[in-house]
Design a protein around this ligand. Structure first.
Ligand code: ATP
Ligand code: MG
Length: 417
């Protein structure tokens, strides 16, 4: 009896062939756009101390409450597969003393993240995000630039008709005052709220705006709005972000019900959605997180950033797999005793910079030719001891030459094209 087949775990997937090629194209777009704007690549570990997310993302959030893959190491320390990238980047900013560099420090990543979710189209347990974080400045132009870069990335990967919703959550103090207002509104209407929202009135009343429960929605329509309670500084900051987005021709809608699922946001928040994605419509989102670095033990440091889902960008976009670079030389051989010589030519061709392959599957001479054709090889060298038949599959023609001149002949042939 054969061993049972194993499958990739629920909510995960393998990246193969065309998918891999589309991902490379997406990564190239992200790199060109973000590095062009002064963002440097950063990669943080796939797992971190659980405390980073508990403190950074917030105990009351869905992510920390129910979506984290957490485990204990041999020393009894609690570790968590990263569910998001902002807290780790801020941890790295503090750990490497990046506040001593010229500010703002701009960092981007393309990494995989892990959330224990109900797997469905566009929602996985291991997924990838492109993210951009800019730390060390509270200039509203940094918010506007960050948003404009996300919009540019979506355009570059062919996500058309995405909606940009924008709001401001104000400062921690305003939010504190506003929370009290909102809590009284929720308590006054407790009977109409969903179980989930009711149980979180104290913990996270703002999340009630995200609910799709009928009764809750009606209550929220009449709820006071944070945007109307911003202090003068925050209102001015928000109005400048908006003005700068207009200067950059970035279309947006102000949405006073927008609350993001992470606790660290202050001031600017935004989300991009695409109707072509169905129920999982979020393509990317982010905002300002001026208190986060300090909360993680660093100096008071403002920051703003976003993350966009790679799979959702691929679903909503129209990136095509890149063309595979053609094989310039395929090295075939008549007799098994010539395999050694063929292998030497392969090595020589590669050091000369040719895209070369050789027969590695034990095919007959005829089979080797068919294979070279299928690969779209330009030249095939059929090695037979000291002599080689060099065939130009693209231009036609064949020539019998000394085996040790094959690479030279191919280089000459390619150059004169
Ligand atoms: P959603 O509302 O879809 O749960 P979210 O608010 O949890 O999204 P963020 O934490 O803002 O998402 O993450 C940014 C982006 O990462 C999302 O806009 C989405 O494109 C992508 N994303 C989030 N969770 C997943 C997932 N489980 N699978 C695939 N992509 C995801
Ligand atoms: Mg989510």
């Amino acid at each position: 009896m054969s061993a049972p087949k194993l499958k990739a775990p629920r909510g995960t997937f393998d990246v193969l062939g065309e998918q891999a090629s589309v991902r490379s194209a997406l990564e190239a777009s992200a790199r060109a756009i973000l590095e062009g704007a002064g963002y440097e690549r950063i990669e943080t570990p796939a797992f971190e101390a659980t405390e980073l997310f508990a403190r950074g993302v917030g105990e009351s959030t869905d992510i920390v409450r129910k979506e984290m893959f957490t485990f204990t190491d041999e020393a009894g320390r609690s570790l968590t597969l990263r569910p998001e990238g902002t807290a780790p980047v801020c941890r790295a900013y503090v750990e490497h003393g990046m506040h001593k560099r010229r500010q703002p420090v701009k960092l981007w990543y393309l990494s995989s993240f892990f959330r224990h979710e109900r797997a469905q189209a566009g929602r996985y347990r291991q997924f990838w995000q492109v993210g951009a974080e800019a730390l060390g400045s509270d200039d509203p132009a940094l918010d506007a630039e960050s948003i404009a870069l996300l919009v540019e990335l979506l355009q570059a990967v062919g996500v058309t008709g995405a909606r940009l919703r924008l709001s401001s959550l104000g400062s921690a103090e305003t939010r504190g005052e506003y929370r009290e207002l909102l809590k009284s509104h929720l308590r006054a209407n407790e009977g109409s709220l969903s179980e989930d929202v009711r149980s979180r009135i104290e913990l996270n009343p703002l999340r009630a705006f995200d609910s799709d429960h009928e009764g809750t929605r009606r209550v929220m329509e009449a709820a006071p709005r944070l945007l109307e309670h911003l202090n003068d500084d925050d209102a001015e900051h928000f109005s400048q972000v908006r003005e700068l987005l207009e200067v950059a021709n970035v279309a947006y809608e102000v949405d006073s019900t927008l609350v993001r699922g992470l606790d660290y946001y202050a001031r600017t928040v935004f989300e991009l959605t695409s109707d072509s994605l169905g129920a999982q419509s979020g393509v990317g989102g982010g905002g300002r997180y001026d208190g986060l670095v300090e909360q993680l033990g660093g100096p008071p440091t403002p920051g703003v950033g976003w993350a966009a889902g790679v799979e959702r960008m691929m679903l909503a976009g129209d990136l095509q797999p890149g063309a595979v670079a053609p094989v310039e030389l395929f090295v075939a051989f008549e007799q098994p005793r010539s395999r050694r010589i063929a292998f030497g030519i392969l090595a020589e061709a590669r050091s000369a910079g040719l895209r070369a392959q050789m027969e590695l599957g034990g095919r007959s001479p005829k089979g080797q030719l068919g294979y070279a054709n299928a690969l779209g090889a330009h030249y095939v060298a059929i090695v037979d001891g000291e002599a080689t038949m060099l065939r130009d599959l693209e231009g036609g023609g064949r020539e019998r030459i000394a085996t040790d001149t094959v690479v030279h002949a191919v280089l000459r042939g390619l150059r004169t094209l």
